[in-house]
Design a binder for this molecule. Sequence first.
Ligand code: COA
Ligand code: ZN
Length: 304
Amino acid sequence: MNKISIQEVATRDGLQIEEQFVPTDQKVDLVNRLGAAGVDKIEVTSFVSPKAVPNLKDAEEVMQHIERKEGVTYTALIPNVKGAERALACEADEVNLVASVSETHNLKNVRQKVDDSFANFKDIASFLSGSGIDINGTLATTFGCPFEGSISEDRVMTLIDQYLELGAGGITLADTTGMATPNQVFRLCGKVLDKWPDLPLTLHFHNTRGMGLANVVEGIRAGVTRFDASLGGLGGCPFAPGATGNICTEDLVHMLAFMGYDMKADLDQLIAISKHMEKEVVKHEVPGQIIKAGKITDLHEARS
Ligand code: COA
Ligand code: ZN
């Protein structure tokens, strides 16, 4: 069985939508703990407009204060060249560009038409060329849009092509508001990997409708080995109605570990960090289930 990469997004996708601003030192501490727990990649923050996402206005301080673990990729979301300048100054390993497949969602999210986003991405790519920073291209609303409904697979294929042409080394297909169904995931990922067999392809699922882990299983069946997930299941897009949390990292790792998949991430450490985050950082209940139920090997005493 293939090794599965676990890519943590709680400090970006999760904290961006929290009601309370999480203090910078707590963000740094979370990133450090996650790196120590063996996740493969951490989306640390985003270098976006602090007016658009005030919770991540401390992106520089966070990036500059984290400890970098060898073997962990530290990435940051950026919307424009200004974001690229900030990411370069902080020596991010990778930048994550985001365009939505849906025109309406793209307008809401980054106030641009999709074509204008890609024109912008070309400028980012030339700005970063030779810098050593990798580019990952994310397609939001790939599996459905809360405004437009279903999304054309041909359009997804065309936009992947555009990302690759401008030099993206990896692609993420994101299900921004949890509309993907397992058979759809299997079909689309099969198509993408048939066309680009060596593409580092990530799936980014939200569990909005309870289909997140089923979608992972079908993604793996189609050949995908990289998954975004958020500790405790935090997360959601502030620019999409009804958006809720990402698939939960420790629930994902728990499922895959007991299915026999090999991962670098350590389940017990992730469970401990998630409990810490719930109690000490966000200070409200989080959607993750394993921190409530325990692992399937945590047995109870049979009292008569
Ligand atoms: N970093 C910091 N500030 C930025 C910035 C960046 N990457 N990009 C733009 N800004 C600032 C500008 O300097 C300007 O500031 P001012 O009002 O003090 O002059 C302000 O933001 C508006 O800039 P403008 O270029 O007119 O952009 P806009 O208002 O059309 O907003 C985005 C476009 C993309 C910059 C903004 O909507 C954004 O950052 N969105 C974040 C989207 C996001 O994170 N979504 C969730 C994840 S998918
Ligand atoms: Zn997301």
